[in-house]
Design a protein around this ligand. Structure first.
Ligand code: UDP
Length: 347
């Protein structure tokens, strides 16, 4: 058991546990950690994650997958240096469908992941969210803003689960001296999002590629800013390796309206789709943009991938997942950029 007492910085290779490691962001983080020489154990119950996201790692001796719900007791024989807690439903339709699991993974799952880190003497990072700011009254959002959250609304299960998770993480830091990090993740996109997870990026891309109308909710004047997945996990990696235990926003500060975003997706796919307006969901934040001053100062981090470049990669990825017929229907003389891949989609 001598290994257990070694400091994370001194063991080679370092050992990382990623909860939610088969999810969209978790799997991109796993890829980055393997590239940086970590041994990685991914834990996921596959409720919203998919083995498709980690299939390319089959046979990689530095990677192991455990299918388990992180709200159950986590037992690992090996030493662990870093625990990256990413498990949670994260799209509005997922957490509307799974409100109790969302609350459980944010509370009980975070408790188990913190307990694992404490037992192993590992560093712990919580994947929190811009949703902790709710429908913000301060713009752009800085980490010292406490938020405007409706605890009993349809998004409350996610927002409050993550707020509880932040409180529990700080309690472990203060009471047990655990080395903890909290990242507040703003809207992120890229390959491996689920085509039907309901978030605006896969929704608009699928609609555009299939020649269906893009469903803009409300009048489309609400704003978001979109960060490409590889930029995001780089920022998160730097945060874990830093000495910062207070929350840090990671996201792209380039803000646009949802209507502008719809037009950009239509332009990049070369689609003939039109835009239709549908009712704005309850408590949908009107404005969202991260202030990334702390990430810049503390981590030397800022996003590097332009929206058009990131969207092209994402459109390529989704191109293999919409039906060929639908693509033909949508093509407007020029072909979509989507490459055809024969991968079945497991939603
Ligand atoms: N949205 C939209 N059409 C869709 C899906 C989402 O207009 O088909 C809007 C949604 O109302 C929100 C924004 O796009 O204002 C971003 O939604 P998403 O679900 O991606 O994430 P959120 O930032 O709300 O968590």
């Amino acid at each position: 058991m001598a290994l257990r007492k070694k400091k994370p910085e001194s063991r080679q290779p370092p050992i990382s546990v990623v909860t939610g490691g088969a999810g969209f962001l978790g799997s991109h983080l796993v890829d980055l950690l393997l590239l940086r020489g970590h041994q990685v154990i991914a834990i996921d119950n596959l409720v919203t994650g998919s083995v498709d996201n980690i299939a390319h790692l089959a046979g990689n001796g530095a990677f192991r997958f455990i299918q388990q719900d992180v709200t159950d007791f986590l037992f690992l024989k090996e030493a662990v240096d870093y625990v990256w807690h990413f498990a949670s439903p994260a799209s509005p339709i997922d957490y509307l469908e799974l409100p109790i699991q969302t609350l459980k993974v944010g509370s009980l799952g975070t408790h188990k992941a913190l307990g694992l880190a404490k037992d192993k003497g590992a560093r712990f990072l919580l994947a929190s969210t811009s949703e902790v700011y709710g429908d913000p009254l301060i713009h752009p959002q800085r980490e010292d803003y406490w938020g405007n959250v409706n605890p009993i609304g349809p998004r409350g299960c996610y927002d409050e689960a993550k707020r509880f998770a932040e409180a529990l993480t700080m309690a472990y830091h203060r009471q047990h001296g655990l080395m903890t990090r909290i990242v507040r993740i703003f809207n992120t996109y890229g390959p491996r999002m689920r085509l039907k997870d309901g978030r605006v990026v896969p929704a608009f891309i699928a609609q555009a590629l299939e020649g269906r109308a893009l469903t803009v909710f409300g009048d489309g004047s609400q704003t978001r800013s979109f960060c490409y997945c590889t930029d995001l996990v780089e920022g998160i990696y730097r945060l874990m390796m830093s000495g910062e235990s207070e929350p840090v926003n990671i996201g792209n500060p380039a803000e646009m309206t949802v209507a502008e975003f719809a037009r950009e997706v239509i332009r990049l796919t070369g689609s003939r789709s039109r835009i239709v307006f549908e009712p704005l969901p309850q408590d949908d934040p009107r404005q969202r943009r991260p202030d990334i001053g702390r990430a810049k100062k503390l981590l030397g981090w800022a996003p590097t991938v332009d929206l058009a470049i990131g969207l092209e990669k994402t459109i390529d990825y989704f191109g293999g997942r919409v039906s060929g017929k639908a693509k033909e229907k949508s093509a407007s003389g020029k072909k979509t950029r989507a490459k055809s891949k024969k991968i079945s989609f497991s939603d």
